[in-house]
Design a protein around this ligand. Structure first.
Ligand code: ADP
Ligand code: MG
Length: 629
């Protein structure tokens, strides 16, 4: 009789208490699902024992949908109905992607929330959200089958640089797939969790993630259960696929040497040879040479042998290419390699020995590779899901992430007031009070922005809404409390409330499409670089706002009480007003300040007379003891 297994105390909850929760790595190339069983995180495999599910969805002629290996195999025969790398299109508009590089029929639909990219297939128009939902459905079914029950929820991972739109799209895909999202988790954070770094002593870690078509480098600072993303960088067009292409080109070169005539390959042969190239690359990770044998559709036999040494030479430039973003990330975070406590390898392509050697050489330490690099993100997500589902003790630390870019709103003069600074730990709520600009103003337009710069035009607009029904008051006396809340998934909601009357308006920010990684990096870098010019721009805008509100106030006063002044005095004030207007127009903040001061001085006497006049008006016809001073 087989022995029954009993788990260690505290490692597993009683069966009736254990809630089924999974971690999902929704990858560009491959996706995985993992769960924690008996205290250990493990990948759930399909019926054939595969860990990975290729992130490929095919809409079949018979109306069915295939996901995974079978869809991947049909890619060359049926390219327009077989969607690969849908993750690249999540939360994006047409202008965010290079359409010429894609075989699909893209269309852009306008909805209430803006433009949205979609793909026309034989099964109709499909959004990246629907396509990703098919991958998630497949993983959900796999998990429920192997765990024998319904899932309470899932933690789904996203790249650290994913913005609001991309995160929201990922959540929508999960909802479509019938999954309850416990939390979206940054991929590098998940990898760090899989290695137990959240339980290790504090320090700064680098997560080096080379997947199929993307390279991401993240620098995380770990302190008391809080993961702070110090910097992210990468290359959205660099990954294992590029190594395949180098082998592909090399193999064709060999053939050309043998053949006198250059015959271009058709699409099917190209796909076939690329698949052979990938197999050779993966083989070379553990072997000294690989043979590539392929019969092309022309009947030609291609048979070449590639050695590890040749492969290293062919791909040397690709390996070095990952170091530039790595150096940039270190520089952005203000760190040197001596500050790095550990380097975590993530992504199937980091199995290649030349990558491991180059990373070890660069960081002067052996990177962490004892977990499978293509599983590590899903394994970490499962650990987090297990905690969030309540399968662990109450005192378990919850992970916290930070926001990558500052959030703020537009104030007078086209300036951005930051409400939540970048790298704030999530979830977070911050409120600030604002006021009206004009007398009797009853509405206020709230413009929500993201970015590090001082001027609205240099930041990204996320949303606009209006607060109406503010009781009319003198400019500057209304108190509008604006509250920004970013939840644990990194999603933002903004509300505005007039404090006296309690009128309120709010919005959940769902931008129509996202920023590219480069845009985020550019926004960050230009923010750092432009600090001085931004300061000047802010000074100028503030000077203009002050000057204009003074001019407006004096216009109103002149209209009402010009009888308190003689013609000469009016002329003098008008002269100063014109001078100030000319200076606003010229746009030098210092000169605007001086002209504002001069106008203030020139109107001091007028202001005093108006004050006296209004006091005597208030006193007129009243007994002194009726008047309350
Ligand atoms: P993604 O995060 O983009 O979904 P993965 O982490 O699954 O991607 O990485 C996929 C890449 O890893 C592919 O290019 C694949 O060929 C490569 N890869 C997988 N196994 C190996 C291996 N043994 N040696 C080299 N490359 C590998
Ligand atoms: Mg990945």
């Amino acid at each position: 009789m087989a022995l029954l297994q009993i788990s260690e105390p505290g490692q597993s909850a009683a069966p009736h208490q254990h809630k089924l929760a999974v971690g999902i790595d929704l990858g560009t190339t491959n996706s995985l699902v993992a769960t924690v069983r008996s205290g250990l995180s493990s990948i759930l495999v399909d019926e054939d024992g595969h860990n990975l599910l290729p992130s490929v969805v095919r809409y079949m002629p018979d109306g069915g949908i295939e996901v995974g290996y079978s869809a991947q195999a049909a890619q060359s025969q049926d390219p327009t109905n077989t969607v690969v790398s849908a993750k690249r299109f999540m939360g994006r508009g047409l202008k965010d992607i290079d359409v010429s590089q894609q075989p699909y029929h893209f269309i852009e639909t306008k909805s209430a929330s803006g433009e949205m990219l979609q793909i026309e297939t034989r099964a109709g128009i499909k959004s990246p959200v629907e396509i990703s939902a098919e991958i998630l459905k497949t993983l959900k079914a796999r998990a429920e089958k192997s765990l024998g029950g319904e899932l309470v929820g899932a933690v789904i991972t996203v790249p650290a640089y994913f913005d609001d739109a991309q995160r929201q799209a990922t959540k929508d895909a999960a909802r479509l797939a019938g999954l309850n999202v416990l939390r979206l988790l940054n991929e590098p954070t998940a990898a760090a969790v899989a290695y137990g770094l959240d339980n290790a002593s504090e320090g700064i870690y680098v997560i080096y993630d080379l997947g199929g078509g993307t390279f991401d480098i993240s620098i995380l600072k770990l302190a008391k259960g809080v993961f702070e993303v110090l910097a992210t960088n990468g290359d959205s067009a660099l990954g294992g696929d590029d190594f395949d292409r180098r082998i592909f080109c090399w193999a064709l070169d060999q053939r050309l040497a043998e053949q006198s005539k250059c015959t271009p390959l058709n699409a099917q042969d190209t796909r076939l040879l690329l698949t052979k190239a990938r197999e050779a690359k993966e083989w070379l990770t553990d072997h000294a040479s690989a043979q590539i044998t392929s019969v092309l559709s022309t009947g030609e036999l291609l048979n070449v042998t590639l050695s590890t040494k040749q492969f290293n030479e062919l791909t040397q430039t690709l390996v070095t290419k990952t170091l530039a973003p790595t150096k940039k990330a270190l520089r952005d975070a203000g760190l040197t390699i001596e500050d790095i406590k550990g380097v975590v390898m993530v992504g199937g392509a980091t199995r290649m020995p030349q990558i491991r050697l180059s990373v070890a050489d660069f960081f002067k330490q052996t990177p962490l590779t004892n977990l499978d690099p293509d599983k590590v993100v899903a394994l970490g997500a499962a650990i987090q899901a297990n905690t969030l589902a309540g399968n662990k003790g109450d005192n378990e630390l919850l992970l916290l992430d930070v926001i990558p870019l500052s959030l703020g709103l537009e104030t007078m003069g086209g300036l951005v007031e930051k409400i939540i600074p970048r790298n704030s730990t999530l979830p977070i709520t911050r409120a600030q009070e604002f006021t009206t600009f004009k007398d009797g103003q009853t509405a206020m337009s709230i413009h929500v922005l993201q970015g590090e710069r001082e001027l609205v035009t240099d930041c990204r607009s996320l949303a606009r809404f209006e607060l109406r029904g503010i009781p009319p008051m003198v400019a500057g006396s209304a108190r509008i409390r604006v509250t920004f809340t970013v939840d644990a998934d990194g999603l933002l909601s903004v509300s505005a409330r007039e404090v006296a009357s309690n009128v309120e308006a709010n919005i959940v920010v769902k931008p129509s499409y996202g920023l590219s990684e480069e845009q985020i990096l550019n926004m960050l870098q230009s923010g750092f670089g432009a600090a001085e010019s931004d300061k000047q721009a802010r000074a100028l805008a503030e000077a203009k706002v002050d000057a204009e509100s003074l001019l407006a106030a004096i216009e109103i006063a002149l209209e009402k009480d010009s009888d308190l002044l003689n013609a000469q005095e009016i002329q003098a004030i008008r002269g100063k007003m014109d001078a100030l207007r000319a200076n606003i127009h010229a746009g030098a903040s210092h000169a605007i300040h001086e002209a504002t001061e001069a106008l203030n001085l020139a109107t001091e006497e007028f202001a005093a007379r108006r004050m006296d006049a209004s006091v005597s008006h208030a006193l007129a016809g009243k007994n002194l003891d009726e008047v309350n001073f």
